[in-house]
Design a protein around this ligand. Structure first.
Ligand code: SF4
Length: 103
C-alpha cells in the first residue's frame, strides 16, 4: 500500500502496537520511485510563449501556478515549475515490513 507521509500517520504501526506510523521518521519506511506528479514529481506549466527569456515575455501566469518559479526558455520551453516542497507532499512510500507493493 503506497501512502503519503500524512496518510501513513493515520495508520497503526504493527511494531509499536499502540502508535501510528512515523513514515520517513522510521528506519523501515521506504520511498516509492518518483514517476509522475501523483507520486511526487514536480509539475511544470509551459508558458503561452515557450520561447520567453523573461517572465514578462511569458504571458499570463496561470492562477494555479501561484508561488511557482519561472524558468526561462533554454533547451526546454519557458514555463513555471512547482516548488519541491509542494511536490513532496504528494510523494508516496510504504512500510518495508510488509514487502514491496506492486507499483
Ligand atoms: S514504517 Fe512500518 S515499522 Fe515504521 S512506523 Fe511505519 S508502520 Fe511502523
Amino acid at each position: 500500500m503506497l501512502l503519503t507521509k500524512h496518510e501513513a500517520a493515520q495508520k497503526w504501526c504493527p511494531l509499536a502496537q499502540s502508535e501510528v506510523c512515523m513514515a520517513d521518521g522510521c528506519a523501515m519506511w521506504r520511498w516509492a520511485p518518483i514517476i509522475n506528479p501523483s507520486n511526487g514529481a514536480r509539475r511544470f506549466m509551459v508558458a503561452d510563449n515557450p520561447a520567453a527569456k523573461t517572465e514578462q515575455e511569458a504571458g499570463t501566469k496561470p492562477e494555479h501556478c501561484h508561488g511557482w518559479e519561472f524558468h526561462p526558455c533554454a533547451e526546454d520551453p519557458a514555463g513555471w515549475i512547482e516548488p519541491e516542497a509542494a511536490a513532496n507532499r504528494r510523494r508516496r512510500g510504504y512500510c518495508g515490513l510488509a514487502g514491496v507493493p506492486s507499483l
